[in-house]
Design a binder for this molecule. Sequence first.
Ligand code: SF4
Length: 359
Amino acid sequence: MNSLYVHLPFCKSLCHYCDFIKFIYQEKWIKPYLEALKRDLERFFPTSLATIFLGGGTPTCLNLEELESLLVLLSKYSKGVKEYTCEANVETLTKEKLLLLRRYGVNRLSLGVQTFNDKILKKIGRRHSKKDVYQAIKLAKEVGFKNISIDLIYGLPKQTLEDVKCDLIGAIKLEIQHISYYSLLICPNTIAHLSSWEEAGEDKEAAMYELILNTLEKNGFMRYEVSNFAKPGFESLHNLTYWENREYYGVGYGASGYLNRVRYSIGGNFSSYLNGKAKIKEEIIDDATYKDEYLMLNLRLTKGFLLSDYENKVKEPFPLNSQIVTRLISEGFLKIENGRVSCTRESLIKLDYILRKII
Ligand code: SF4
């Protein structure tokens, strides 16, 4: 079964920390964009889909009519899909849009919350408040969403451990199924970078992560990936495709995909894309890169990978008895259990160190 990612690179406003490919929404772009998406879909022709993910940008910044055109376009591909996710932000969600999403089979909502602290929300350029989050989740539940995820960020400017505690209380109160909790990354060419936001620092971030992990676990959210926590049975099937290094289709300006051992990205000039001249960059994944990516992605998961799966796909046995792996095991970074290799509970946050050693 396959997965499809659909990129909608439009937002109503730009968050100060964001380095995704996106533009301020302009109505005149949407019709040609949907036409271009149709061309992408016809080019890649996704079949046997198990998951679809509408991401961005902000898919819900499209107006009701535009959103319906998008869903109609995708309806040809969405039959039988198990997990159909739409990313949304709080201020662009209305009851009508939520009902429309449900009508076309969207069964998972992923909401950008980032923090429940109104002062910090303002500082990072978000347009919603804590109250709006509660309202949006209430509406989503009323129209029948039973699989709701939120994104949160820790290590935000001047955020304290106490602030993170409050965010955790806010998140748990929502009674949702999934939480993605990322540390703030200050990327070049973002307002955050240009205005020299102060980074939290390694120790503070580690303390915040520890607090997040312990609190969420105590409240029924299991960590299944470095930054992702879910109630049992609510792990994101779509994102597991990426972490398990499986192939997927990607369509839309700024999207990337992975098919037949080729990673591709759709880019170039935006107007050319709209005019049917999408520039597709391709990278053939050779055996050495495949092996590195297999380890980098699968070790992000708490379940790690099966030794047999590694051997099957990488075409060589995992070097269990090598000096490096033996040392990582004896020092408590890696563990082998039931034929699986994974990071230990404490070491998952030190994944970069582990990967530097084994790649
Ligand atoms: S809404 Fe999302 S995609 Fe748009 S600017 Fe903010 S973080 Fe970036």
